[in-house]
Design a protein around this ligand. Sequence first.
Ligand SMILES: Nc1nc2c(ncn2[C@@H]2O[C@H](COP(=O)(O)OP(=O)(O)OP(=O)(O)O)[C@@H](O)[C@H]2O)c(=O)[nH]1
Ligand SMILES: [Mg+2]
Length: 323
Amino acid sequence: MDIDSLARGVAEGDRRALARAITLVESGREDHRSQAVELLEALKREEREALRIGLSGTPGVGKSSFIEAFGLMLVARGLRVAVLAVDPSSARSGGSILGDKTRMERLSRAPEAFIRPSPARTQLGGVARRTREAVALCEAAGFDVVLIETVGVGQSETAVAEMSDLFVLLLAPAGGDELQGVKRGIMEMADLILVNKADGDLKAAAVRTCADYAGALRLLRRRPEDPEDFPKALTVSALTGEGLDAAWAEMQALADWRRRHGHFAARRAAQDEAWFAAEVREGLLARLTRDPATRARMAEMTARVRAGEMTPEGAAADILADL
Ligand SMILES: Nc1nc2c(ncn2[C@@H]2O[C@H](COP(=O)(O)OP(=O)(O)OP(=O)(O)O)[C@@H](O)[C@H]2O)c(=O)[nH]1
Ligand SMILES: [Mg+2]
């Protein structure tokens, strides 16, 4: 593959080149991996910056509907929007975005938009890693906003928050007076809580739910990366479009404030640092299992440890010294 011309295509914003580039970073093949690294290095020089927005919510809260309506609103404002997904269940379903592409039909047809379903990998770590690289590719392709969707289960929210500039939690109006069992840790990651479906019969419940969450957010410990009135809760309707402008205004206000106060760049630097450490860790582990000589040595050491000929500590030190 000609990485230079692929990089040029991506940098020119060619959606087909971008799709091919993402396929390359998703590939598990070792020769593809080195090409992917080369591509990411080449595109780093573009020095483009998108606003990376993580979006999470349990099944049925309206993520797809929200992304369609919100994405179309951004496109109408002249912005280019990319949508990616981290879906831990995608190994089974073939990707949540692909599954209900009908809900994003208009957005997927817009020339200013790019929608990519979640890579089908069994391990969340693998999906998160590839998605993070896809984010970088979309950014290099000149997209203004990159939306990263995840279903609110398990650790996928943390993974998405760790590759986003802003993290948005989408909720549905609650029937009762309890806080929908949203885990404290997820609340603490949220920069903006959007209570969707604030329309028709559900509007009153949405307003109440929103007030409950606004109250709950005020009880959380203040974070240094927030201005006075954040994190915030708002009501929106993906159906009527109400509140979408306000939500976008809040996201921009927060991002601008963080840029002015150095938090935006600091967060990205911390994220890059964490990803670097994770890449090194993964690479080391891969070496232990891939390289035949190392694998043989691991087997030998394992046998000696089992036989009581070596201490676990001594055997591990020997392996590490050889790497
Ligand atoms: N009344 C109303 N219904 C909505 C709104 N947004 C979504 N819905 C409905 O809620 C249901 C689920 O919407 P989706 O957009 O598919 O939700 P999702 O979060 O993407 O669901 P999963 O992909 O299964 O996780 C659909 O029947 C939508 O029509 C809204 O703003 N108002
Ligand atoms: Mg969906």
